[in-house]
Each structure stands twice: as C-alpha cells, then as structure tokens.
Design a protein around this ligand. Structure first.
Ligand SMILES: Nc1nc2c(ncn2[C@@H]2O[C@H](COP(=O)(O)OP(=O)(O)OP(=O)(O)O)[C@@H](O)[C@H]2O)c(=O)[nH]1
Ligand SMILES: [Mg+2]
Length: 366
C-alpha cells in the first residue's frame, strides 16, 4: 500500500500557517503531486477554509473541536482528502491555540497508522515579533497562560519555523535564529517568508523527506493550558451583505479598522481577527494579528450589490463582550445603507482541552 505523507503545521494564532499551507501546496502541485489540505477550528464558518477553497485544491475541515480532542475527526478528514483527491500528501493546520500535539496527535498517528502514513517532523511556525518578545522573557502582549501555550508549542516542535522573515533585517533574523537555537537546542530552526519565498524550498525538502516526527514531548500543565485558551473570546460568523453599488473593499477596510480601534481602546490583546469578503469571483481578505499597525489586506472584492462576509475573531475578552463589539461595529459600518443578514454567529470561549489520546512515550518508527 502506498503511504500518504502527512505534514502538520502548528504555531500560535496568526503565525502565518494558512498562508504557508497554500504556498507549500502550490509548489508541491507544480511538481506534479496531489495535495489535500485540512483546516481545524473550534466552530464552523472558517475564513481559512474559504480562502483555501478559492484555489484548485481539495480542502477538508474539522470544526467544532481541535484535532487533539477530535482525533476521529482528523482521521476521517484525512480519509476524505485521500478518497476524493487521491492525495499523496496531506497538509494539516491545527488550531493556533493548541499545544501538546506531539503527545496527542503525532504519537497516536505513528502508533495506529504507521502502515498508511509517513508523518513528517512537527513544524511549528512563530511570528518573529512575538517570538522575539517570548525569547526575551516577555509574553508577546498575551495573557501569561496564552504565552505558556506559545512556549510549549516551541518546546514540543521538531522544526521551529520563524515565519514572516521579510519583516526583519537579515542581522536581526540571524540573531533571533541563534537565540531560538540556544533555547531549543534539539529542534531544527528555519526561517521562511511566504512573501519572498525565502526558505520554503529548504523547509519542504526537510518535511518531504524525513519521517522522524514527534521526537520530543513537552510537559504540559493542562490547568494553565486550559486557562490560556479560555481567556480568548472566539467568534465565527457568516453574513450576507447587500447594498447598491457598494465599494466592498472600503467597507471591509473600515470594518476591520474600527474593530481594531475598539480592541486597542479596551487594551484587549488580539490573537487573530480575519475576514474574507467574497463577491462572485472577486474577494478580499483582511487580517489583524495585534494592534492596528498589523492590519493587512489582500485582493479586491470590487464594487457590487451583494457580498458574503466571513469573520473569525480570537481576542482576549469575554465572548459576550466580543459579540457585542462585532455586532455594534457591523451596524455602525452598514450606516443604514447596507442590509446585513447574519446567517450564523457563534461566540464562545474554548473549553478545557480533553484529548482523545495522550501518549507519555515517544513511539519509535518501525
Ligand atoms: N509579512 C508577511 N506576512 C505574512 C507572511 N505569512 C503570513 N503573513 C500574514 O500574517 C497574517 C496571518 O496569516 P495566516 O496565514 O492567516 O496565519 P495563521 O497562522 O493561519 O492564523 P490562524 O489560523 O488564525 O492561527 C496575515 O495577515 C498574513 O498575510 C509572510 O511570510 N510575511
Ligand atoms: Mg490559519
């Protein structure tokens, strides 16, 4: 039986996982291999899935629970992309606030699915600004328990991937890499940029050829882990918009800008707020990964009468407060000129992680 390769790309919220997933998939497909992607979230209506589906690639979604707490969901998503896309390679993105993946996903996969799967080294992406602060003993603006998750993700990784290399000067990047190596001597440390393409081929070479996945286990305190997730308000929403010849890009920019102002004025730390605004074949994506200076938009939804907005927000505040801010800001930005139909809106704070499996040993590869 031909084995399927599984590449898991973890890392904290907003690290650049989905951007990298697509860039890697595109490069692998250009070399003639078939790829399937798997996204994951605590609730349905994922911006990540919507973005990836805009490309010619098979995407399966595990929503409602993280991979670790819904191991079966991950297995059936893998089956789905293998059956429907005949995928040789699967790239999967776990929820950004998850850790302990080596014990809860990688080891059980090696133990139970070794005949079918080649599991690549666990790659963990880290935003360079956040990583720099964490390496200096800070919390990257996060709640201390959320910063604990960030550190545990690095601790259990086989490959630490410093993302967004284009944002740092070469000297600073070299220094950061050295510091990370010093702190995590057992992990391989690499740098990538999805913008310039730097480092991507080197990383692909590692994950496409190696099978030494899950070489270490982090010792994770589930009380701190649970608190680190619970401090986040988590909102996923899908909204239909209609209005006469509306400039959708201006609407999306103003909306995300105003949301960012609201969070900044409350000193609420933003994990990631992301949107995709789709109008027929045209679409725009927007991201906020910290304060308002991190706002970032790509593409264009142009002008028209109808559009669909998918919005995902992970912000350190109660789900109730988050929902109120999102509803009010949407209302203000509609200015009475736009009709908004909220098709779905779920707001929650993630529950205590309760993994399907949790191995306390490294499974050797046969
Ligand atoms: N400058 C720069 N920005 C990047 C790069 N890769 C991703 N980004 C930006 O980082 C932000 C977050 O990217 P995503 O790929 O959505 O991050 P993610 O890790 O999937 O986020 P979650 O799924 O919410 O955990 C977006 O604004 C991206 O455009 C990069 O290589 N360079
Ligand atoms: Mg993502």
């Amino acid at each position: 039986m031909k084995k399927t390769r599984l590449i898991l790309v973890g890392g904290f919220l907003g690290a650049g996982k989905t951007t990298m997933l697509w860039e890697a998939a595109r490069r692998i497909m250009n070399k003639g291999q078939r790829v399937g992607l798997i996204t994951n979230d605590q609730a349905p209506d994922l911006v990540d899935t919507a973005i990836l589906l805009r490309n010619e690639v098979k995407v399966a979604e595990v929503s409602g629970s993280c991979f670790c707490c819904n191991f079966k969901g991950l297995i059936s998503a893998m089956q789905q992309v293998r059956d429907e896309a005949n995928a040789d390679i699967i790239i999967a993105e776990p929820v950004g606030s998850c850790t302990d993946l080596s014990a809860t996903i990688v080891q059980p996969l090696k133990e139970n699915m070794g005949r079918e799967l080649l599991v690549s080294p666990l790659s963990v992406m880290a935003d360079p600004a956040h990583l720099t602060d964490i390496m200096n003993g800070g919390t990257a603006g996060l709640h201390p328990s959320a910063a604990y998750i960030f550190r545990k993700q690095l601790e259990e990784s086989d490959i630490i991937l410093i993302s967004k290399a284009d944002l740092l000067k070469t000297d600073d990047l070299v220094l950061l890499k050295e510091k990370v190596k010093l702190n995590f001597p057992d992990a391989e440390v690499m740098t990538v940029s999805a913008i310039t393409g730097e480092g991507i081929e080197e990383w692909l070479k590692e994950v496409m050829n190696r099978i030494d996945a899950g070489q270490r286990l982090a010792s994770v305190d589930y009380d701190i882990y649970a608190e680190g997730e619970a401090v986040l308000g988590w909102l996923n929403s899908n909204i239909e918009l209609s209005g006469e010849q509306t400039d959708w890009d201006a609407f999306a920019r103003d909306l995300l800008h105003d949301l960012s102002q609201q969070f900044d004025s409350r000193k609420a730390s933003v994990g990631h707020v992301k949107i995709i605004l789709e109008a027929g074949d045209n679409y725009l994506t927007g991201n906020l990964t910290g304060k308002s200076d991190t706002l970032n938009f790509r593409g264009s939804a142009r002008t028209g009468n109808h559009a669909r907005l998918t919005l995902n927000a992970r912000v350190e505040m109660s789900p109730e407060a988050l929902e109120q801010i999102v509803r009010e800001t949407l209302g203000v930005n509609a200015k009475g000129e736009l009709k908004l139909k909220i098709v779905s809106l779920r707001c929650l704070s993630p529950g205590r992680p309760n993994p399907t499996y949790r191995f306390d040993r490294i499974v050797s590869i046969g």
